[in-house]
Design a protein around this ligand. Structure first.
Ligand SMILES: [Zn+2]
Length: 340
């Protein structure tokens, strides 16, 4: 890692920050390259403390603008947070951009984390060279974004592309958004972990009255703690049939939802990323099977794995800050990246 602030003033130097429920990831981009990056725990005391933590990172670096990505929605002017369901604290109406600008004296741009991920993958990652793409991030929940004509669509409040909140199971489990049966209640990381915990508990209660494989016995040994999506994936890779069925069922829901989006928009390229994405090879056959049903409408679908890794959201936030502040000659001439 190279410290900046030494030598000529960097052109287009921005801090990109991606706030998650557990960690805050940041990257420092200067001269179109990442010069430093890091991770810190997300303060549990709420948005004011999160702003303090980000300001401390910014103060230690030489940057001209700050981009922040969040897992939720923003005010129509993109200056404050509205619905941020998975981070501790009261985020409703918190003026994060203004708070950070006062603390750092730098321009601050906010965006949704899935749209940030998509912006980075479109500019620098696996969607480079494509102009019309559907993006899906599979983590605790499921995020999404849509690029048309080489631009990631955002819209008022940065709400375009919420694939995870398409209904996959009418009347199903209650989602963090308030609705029932959203795709992320069926196929998000939290849903997968819950399904696997239930399967393990069922075995522990003696409900599994069939003979178990050695791998199933090993899985049962983990039931003293809450299962994680990684536990489920490990069991599936070891050949556990119940784990495979849970992933297949999630993959069918993902493929069906993606097929609906692709048919609606007339697109045929998908980029999949997020923390659960390393297990996508296990889900791919069922996803592709669901997409084959759409072939007459949308033709063959190209499913691409995201290329930029866990810092993609922070990179997208930095790119957004650079594009909307540093490259613009004056505030009145800011490029309207969110135009649709
Ligand atoms: Zn939902």
């Amino acid at each position: 890692m190279v410290a900046t602030g030494i030598g000529p003033r960097p052109a287009g130097s921005a801090l990109g920050v991606d706030i998650g429920g557990t960690n805050i990831k940041w990257v420092h981009r200067a001269d179109a390259a990442v010069v430093a990056r890091g991770t810190l725990p997300t303060p549990a005391a709420g948005p004011a403390q999160v702003a303090v933590a980000i300001a401390e990172v910014a103060a230690a670096r030489t940057v001209e603008a700050i981009g922040v990505a969040l897992p939720g929605h923003l005010s129509p002017e993109l200056r404050a947070t509205t619905t941020i369901p998975n981070i501790d604290g009261d985020w409703q109406g918190f003026p994060l951009a203004d708070t950070l600008e006062r603390a750092t004296a730098k321009p601050v741009l906010l965006m949704n984390d899935a749209r940030a991920f998509a912006s980075a993958e479109l500019a620098l990652g696996s969607a480079r060279g494509h102009s019309d793409v559907v993006f899906m991030t599979m983590g605790t929940g499921i995020g999404g974004a849509i690029a048309l004509g080489g631009t990631v669509l955002r819209g008022p409040g940065d709400r375009i592309g919420e694939i995870g909140h398409m209904t996959a199971a009418p009347g199903g489990d209650r989602c963090g958004c308030g609705a029932r049966g959203c795709l992320e209640t069926v196929a998000g990381g939290r849903a997968l972990a819950t399904a696997w915990s239930r399967a393990l508990a069922s075995r522990g209660n003696g409900n599994g009255n069939r003979s178990r494989s050695r791998n199933e016995d090993r899985s049962t040994a983990n039931q003293g703690r809450s299962a994680t999506p990684e536990d489920l994936v490990e069991a599936a890779r070891s050949g556990d049939t119940t784990a495979r069925k849970i992933l297949d069922s999630a993959a069918l829901a993902v493929g069906t939802a993606l097929g609906s989006v692709l048919a609606q928009l007339g697109l045929s390229t998908v980029v999949v990323g997020g923390g659960v994405a390393p297990a996508f090879d296990l889900m791919r056959p069922a996803v592709e099977s669901a997409l084959r049903d759409r072939r007459r409408l949308i033709g063959p679908v190209t499913l691409l794995a995201a290329a930029l890794g866990p810092y993609a959201g922070a990179m997208g936030a930095a790119l957004n800050a650079t594009a909307q502040t540093l490259a613009a000659p004056s505030p009145s001439a800011l490029p309207r990246l969110s135009a649709i």
